[in-house]
Design a protein around this ligand. Structure first.
Ligand code: PA5
Length: 364
C-alpha cells in the first residue's frame, strides 16, 4: 500500500483535532485575520514623543520575532525613504548611531542576541524602541526610558506574527516614516478571510493547503519564492514547517537560485540524489516579466527531475499577495504536523538549546 493511501483523511484529522493539536496551533492560524484586525486596532492609541527623523532603520529580532520585521521590510522597502536592515546578530551594523532608529522585537524579551544588540545600539546612541511581552527587554527599556510596546502574552512567538508585524507598521506610522494605505489593509484582510475559508479545517475547507501537506509528508521541502516579497514568504514557510511539523526544510529565492542552485539539480542520477526532496514554487503573476519568465523556465527544468508543487499569490496589492501565501504556508505546516502525528506547538529542540546555553552562561 502506498504512503498516500495510508494517510488519514481531513475528516479523520478533524475528529482527532484535540488529541493531535492539544494547544490548538490550528486555531491560531484560523484566527490569523482576526489577529491582524486586533493588532491594528489595539495599537491605534500608541503615541511617541517626537524625535528627530532617522536616516536608517534597524529592526532586531530572532526566529519567530524577526519574521514580522522581515516581511515588513520585504513589503515596504521599495517605498521607504530610508535604508532598512533586519539584524540577527549580537552586534548592530557599524553604521548605527544617533541617526538610526533601532526597534528590538522579542516575544519573550529574553533572547540573548536581541538583548546584546539592543545594548550595542544603546552604546552607539541610537534612537531605541522595544516590542515585547516582558522579560529583560521590557526591564531594560524601563531602566533606560525607552518606549516599550506590548505584545499579547500566551502565544508561541511564531504565532504572534500579526502582532509583531502590525506593531512595527504602527510605529512607522506614528513616527511619520510610512502612512499605510487603508485600501491595501482592506485587501489584505479580504484575502486572509478567503484563505481561512478555503484552507482551514472546517467542513468545506482543506483545499490546496491540505493537498499540499499530503504531498509534502515524508519529504524534505525546498521552497522557492519568485516574486515581490516572496523570498521572505518562502522563509516563513520553511520556518513554520521546521517548527510546527518538525521537518527539515530549506528555502531560497529566484532569481538568485538560477545562478547556483539550478546546477545542484542537474545530477545525472536525480532519483538517487533527490529521493526525498520536494520543491514548492511560490509565484506571483504580478511580478516583473523577467521574474515570471524565470519562474516558468525554472519550474519546467525542475519538474523533469523531481516533484514540484506550485502556489500562486492572490489579491490585488503586494501586502495581500505576500500574506495570502504566508497563510497558506501556515496551514500547510499545521496539516503536516497533524498528518505526521506531532504536536505542532512545542519546540523542544529550541527550548533545549536555550537551556544548554543558559547553563553555560551560568558557569562562565
Ligand atoms: O519560534 C520560536 O519559538 C523561536 O523562533 C523564537 O521566536 C526565537 O527563539 C526568539 O525568541 P523570542 O521570540 O522570545 O525573542
Amino acid at each position: 500500500m502506498s504512503a498516500i493511501t495510508q494517510q488519514p483523511t481531513l475528516a479523520t484529522l478533524r475528529a482527532e483535532r484535540a488529541r493531535r493539536d492539544p494547544s490548538d496551533m490550528m486555531g491560531l492560524v484560523e484566527r490569523f485575520a482576526e489577529q491582524c484586525r486586533d493588532a491594528w486596532q489595539r495599537s491605534a492609541s500608541w503615541t511617541l514623543a517626537s524625535r528627530p527623523a532617522p536616516r536608517s532603520l534597524v529592526m532586531l529580532g530572532m526566529g519567530g520575532s524577526a519574521i514580522g520585521a522581515d516581511l515588513l521590510k520585504a513589503w515596504l522597502e521599495p517605498q521607504l525613504p530610508l535604508p532598512v536592515t533586519v539584524s540577527r546578530e549580537y552586534e548592530v551594523p557599524g553604521y548605527v548611531g544617533a541617526d538610526t532608529l533601532v526597534i528590538a522585537v522579542s516575544y519573550s524579551g529574553n533572547t540573548e542576541e536581541t538583548l546584546a544588540a539592543f545594548e550595542d545600539a544603546h552604546r552607539r546612541g541610537a534612537s531605541l524602541l522595544g516590542i515585547t511581552t516582558g522579560g529583560t527587554l521590557r526591564q531594560r527599556c524601563a531602566a533606560l526610558g525607552v518606549p516599550c510596546f506590548a505584545l499579547p502574552p500566551g502565544l508561541p512567538p511564531r504565532a504572534s506574527l500579526p502582532y509583531s508585524f502590525f506593531s512595527l507598521l504602527r510605529l512607522l506610522q506614528v513616527l511619520g516614516i510610512h502612512a499605510p494605505d487603508e485600501a491595501e489593509l482592506a485587501d489584505l484582510l479580504e484575502v486572509l478571510d478567503a484563505g481561512i475559508r478555503a484552507w482551514g479545517p472546517a467542513e468545506t475547507g482543506g483545499g490546496e493547503a491540505f493537498d499540499l501537506a499530503r504531498a509534502l509528508d515524508q519529504t524534505i521541502p525546498v521552497i522557492y519564492g519568485a516574486g515581490p516579497g516572496l523570498a521572505t514568504v518562502a522563509t516563513r514557510w520553511k520556518c513554520q514547517i521546521n517548527e510546527n511539523a518538525k521537518m527539515a526544510a530549506a528555502s531560497a529565492a529566484l532569481p538568485e537560485a538560477n545562478h547556483n542552485e539550478m546546477a545542484g539539480y542537474s545530477s545525472p542520477q536525480p532519483q538517487r540524489d533527490y529521493a526525498r526532496l520536494a520543491l514548492i514554487m511560490l509565484s506571483d503573476d504580478q511580478a516583473r516579466v523577467e521574474v515570471r519568465n524565470r519562474a516558468e523556465v525554472t519550474a519546467a527544468y525542475l519538474r523533469e527531475r523531481l516533484p514540484l508543487h506550485e502556489a500562486a499569490a492572490r489579491g490585488r496589492t503586494r501586502l495581500a499577495r505576500m500574506f495570502g501565501l504566508v497563510l497558506l504556508g501556515d496551514f500547510v505546516s499545521v496539516y503536516l504536523a497533524w498528518l505526521r502525528g506531532v504536536d505542532p506547538t512545542p519546540v523542544d529542540a529550541i527550548e533545549w538549546l536555550k537551556q544548554q546555553l543558559a547553563a553555560r552562561r551560568g558557569s562562565e
